[in-house]
Every structure is written in structure tokens, then in C-alpha cells.
Design a protein around this ligand. Sequence first.
Ligand code: HEM
Length: 512
Amino acid sequence: TSSMKKIGLSIAISFILTGAHADDNTLTRATGAPVGDNQNSQTAGPQGPTLLQDHHLLEKLAHFDRERIPERVVHARGTGAFGMFKATSDLTDLTRAAPFQDIGKETPVFVRFSSVIHGNHSPETLRDPRGFAVKFYTEQGNWDLVGNNFPVFFIRDAMKFPDMVHSLKPDPKTNIQDAARALEFFSHVPESTQMLTLLYSPLGIPTNYREMNGSGVHAFKFVNEACQQQYVKFTWKSRQGNHGLTREQAAEIQASNFNHMTDDLYKHINDGDYPVWDLYVQVLDPAQVDNFDFNPLDTTKTWPEQLIPAQKVGELTLNRVPDNFFQATEQAAFAPSNMIPGIEPSEDRMLQGRLFSYADTQRYRLGINHLSLPINAPKAAVHSYNQDGAGYSPAKSGSVNYQPSEVTGSYVDNASYKACPTPLQGGTQQIPFQKTQNFKQAGDLYRSFSERDQTELAEAFAGDLKTVSNDKVRNTIASYLYKADAEYGTRVAKLAGADLAQVKALAAAYAD
Ligand code: HEM
């Protein structure tokens, strides 16, 4: 026995010695086994073929073959950063949402900025809306505010989203983006006039991500301990300003650098010059929702601050660049359905569609256990009986994976977190919004722009509109702009070669 013990000891010692690679920089396989030669495949003799037994080679190639996951169907090109949200108001009277419970309360965040239409490595100089998605890691779970730089959207019903995106994406025949296809789609969507006005203005090519505002776009609901509900809109105002590029400036940048927005953000954060945004909320009592000449639950409308004042409630600072792009920025899964107690969805038809779409695409893009990936895992404890599935799921123990159970320590639902009751009226139906007001805010927006921005907008819009060969489409789009503001419509119509008499006749027939 004593010699067997000695053998055991010497095996253990030699394991510790040869196992030292874990602490030094010896290359290993994914299994932890050290790699002796990472330059030469195993072959049968000097000229012979490569051997199937070279498991390091097979593993290396097989893993490489699977490096890509499907990119996001929209917003594929993005840049992320970590930071901190600090509440500057106590909103306990309005909401029980964790980040707003105390002045000075800090909640860690991950933010992903993005462009929308083109792929993962597309130029950051393109004219496109920009995503501004914020994941709050609160002690009551993760809250995602998945917004854009613009405060409105092109459409007001989720039913139109796939068609809209198809028209904006490259032509399925040529794989080339074609403004004429998108403008044909939008000629059937007069409510897109305000968003198109933003998109063709210099703000459609933001200077960089730091100098860019953000918006939750939809009305959400704030709900307090007593289940009292308020509609709320969220806006991020950049302390660095809200600036865009002219077409000439963008072309010049793109010629030398198509990553300028990522470069700018990373450089400033790495230099300790942290960008800061102030969070504003606008709060609307549901009893007031019919008191406006527009529908406050329509994503193509802002809530003008003269009508519904904004108050500052917090500050967001971005202070750390991720160590690994894929694990943070690419694997991040933001979903409007990731809400916490105190924040509930409004009846906004776009938001209702988004509540389904994001988690659904993420089950496909990242797998059913994507919420266990480090970037998505909550800082709050997860007590869930969801089980198994492909991909990594966190360690579980015990025999109870059903609910309710008498077993001590098993999880219980807690009635204080029930959804608040919402009064509804009417039967099911399928009809468009009754208050449309498709053009008024677009006209106000045009008139708020500087002379330089108006000119840039008119020229950029007309540049695309004149590529449309269908006269009806060209005149219809110009008529929407004319209805918003006669000068705006006239300028674009003339530059794009639309028929001004037709444009005026069409516009005269529209409600405001
Ligand atoms: C990304 C759908 C409207 C902002 C996405 C993704 C889908 C999607 C499927 C990819 C998500 C992923 O792979 O992780 C929709 C649908 C919409 C809609 C169906 C309308 C019904 C909007 C609106 C906004 C918005 C109105 C702005 C308020 C974003 C952002 C991302 C995104 C910021 C990127 C999130 C990230 O950085 O990972 N959208 N979207 N979307 N969407 Fe939407």
C-alpha cells in the first residue's frame, strides 16, 4: 500500500507540474488540454495527407466554421458601452420602478447604439435612424428602454413593419438599396412625413453617437404602489448636443473612415471624457388622452413640450468600453418586453407588436437561454422554473421545477407584483387610427430648422425623390411635404422634377 500511495502521490505531483499551463500562457484546447503544435497539422509522413486524428485541428476549424451567428434582422451595425444611470428625482408617487426610487440612486446600464438598415460592418456615415437601446440592471430585474435617436417613427401599426423594412433594405433582386422602392412604400404612408423630414435633415446622419439625443418613442405606463397609472414618454438629451452632418461632410468622412461613430465613442470613453445624457420624462394622465388634436398613443407624433411639460429625472454616463465586442455588443438582447414592476406597456399598437417581436427574434438569433448570457443576465437573483434547452443555462439544484409546491424554499408568486387592471371599452375591431393629423408636426419641424438645415433637407430629399420614375409616387410624396409646409413641398417638388400643379391638387384634398 505504501508504494501504491507513493505512485498516487507522484501522479498527482506530475499532474500539478504538467497542469501548470492554466497559470502560465500555454495555449490549450477548449477542453483545457495543452496544445503542443499550433503551426503544423499531423500528417502521414512528409508528403502525406492530414490525419483525421488531429483533434486540435478539427476542433479549431469546426469552431471557426461556427463563429458567426445570425445578425440582427435590423440594427445589425452597433456599438456598445457600459455606464451608470443616476436618478435626480424621487418618482415614488408616479412609479414603483426601482431606478427612480431615491435621489442619487445608481443603476448600472449597458447601452447599444446602432444604425438600422445595413449589415454588421456597414459604414456609420449612412443616412439612417440610429438605435439608442439602454439595459438597466435593476434589483427588480432588467428593464430595457429600446429607443431611437428620433422621437417619432415612420408608421403607427406593427402590421406595417416587415413591409417597411423590406422596402428600405436592398432590393431582393439586385441586393442594392433603392430609394425609389422605399419612397413607393412611403407614398402609401402619409403619417411617415415627420420621420422622413427628420431622416433627410442633417440629423439623419448624426455627427457621432455622443452628440445624439435618444427617445423611447412610445408612451409607456408608470404605475405606483397604489396601481395608479400615468402615460409616460422618455427622452435622452445629450449634454454634448444633438448634431448632424451635411452630405458633403459625411462623404468626406466616409472616404477615410467608415467606423467614425465607434471610433469617436471609444476614444472619448477611453480618454476618460465620459459622455452624459439627461433623462427627461413627460407624464400624461390617461383621463386626458382624448384632449389633443392628435392621438398621444400614435408613434408618428411627439408630445409637444408646450402641451405636456418635460421634467429631468436622471443622468446617464457611459464610462467603459466592453472587453469583447461579440460577448457584449453582439450578444446583447434588448427587448421592449423586458419591463420591471412600475413600468407597463401602453396600448400603442407599435409597442404591442414590439413586445412580441424582440424576444421572438432573440430566441432564434441567440437561442432560448439567451437571458443567461453574461451581458443579458440580470443582477437580480433569477428564481425561475424554466428548464433546460440548447445553450448554457445556469446551475440549478433540487427536485422541484414546478409551481406551486409544498417543499420548503420553493418559489412562490407574489400578488403585490400583479399587473394593474386597465379599464377597456368596445369590442374587437380592425380599423385605422381615427385622429391622423399626418402633416402638422412635420410642418412645425421644418419651420424649426435653420436655413442651412432646410436647404440640406430639401436637396437630400429631392436627390432621392428624383430617382423615382413613377410620377404618381413622386407627386404623392411631394404633396405630403407640401401639405406639411408649402415652401418645403415646393422646394422639393421643383428639385425632384415633380408636377407642382398636381402636387398642390393632391395636397388640397388631405386633412391636416
Ligand atoms: C432591433 C423589430 C420598431 C428600435 C429590432 C430587432 C427587431 C425589431 C426584430 C432585432 C432585435 C434583435 O435581434 O435583438 C421591430 C418591430 C417594430 C420595431 C417589429 C415595430 C413594430 C422600433 C421602434 C424603435 C426600435 C419604434 C425605436 C423606438 C430598435 C432598436 C433595436 C431594434 C434600438 C436594436 C437593439 C439593439 O441594439 O440590440 N427591432 N422594431 N424599433 N429596434 Fe426595432
